[in-house]
Unconditional design. Structure first.
Length: 156
């Protein structure tokens, strides 16, 4: 059996989104309430909506997803995994000649940090961000967009 492409992984919702109660074990980390496990395409659609010159973060995506589903929080693990799948699917689409791809490089980690797991790694993300006018600064071994808060997109 052939391995699924990133695009196929993105399009496989596996019965998601789903809202669940935060159990006792998870409450130590997440508090009380409910959490949503978003569908991969929901994460991709939010990432796709970030216009040139603007940015978002995984945490901002999580806040929007939680509000959309009436949940206390959105699962940080699956949201991050689905952002990676969206990024890899965008790279596949671009390699196939598509021009309207998800601009995954505009989605940052907490604190405006670049994501080394995206296609092209930190250097690839940095080049795309700088081409759009953002300034990337190094802090130790990590890279961050300077003043990213001033350029956050309103996706709500």
């Amino acid at each position: 059996m052939a391995r699924k492409t990133w695009r196929e992984k993105l399009e496989d919702d596996k019965g998601l989104p789903r809202v669940e109660e935060i159990d006792a074990r998870m409450s130590l980390r997440w508090g009380e309430g409910t959490f949503v496990i978003p569908a991969p395409r929901e994460v991709d659609a939010l990432m796709h909506a970030v216009p040139e010159g603007k940015l978002t973060t995984i945490n901002a995506l999580r806040q929007i997803l939680a509000a959309r589903h009436g949940a206390t929080i959105a699962c940080p693990i699956t949201t991050g995994i689905f952002a990676r799948i969206a990024a890899e699917a965008a790279a596949e689409d671009e390699a196939a000649g598509e021009v309207d791809i998800t601009p995954c490089w505009r989605t940052l980690k907490t604190g405006g940090e670049l994501n080394p797991k995206y296609p092209g790694g930190v250097q690839g993300q940095r080049e795309r961000l700088e081409a759009e006018g953002h300034t990337v600064a190094e802090r130790g071994k990590r890279s961050f967009v300077a003043d990213y808060e001033k350029r956050l997109a309103d996706l709500g």
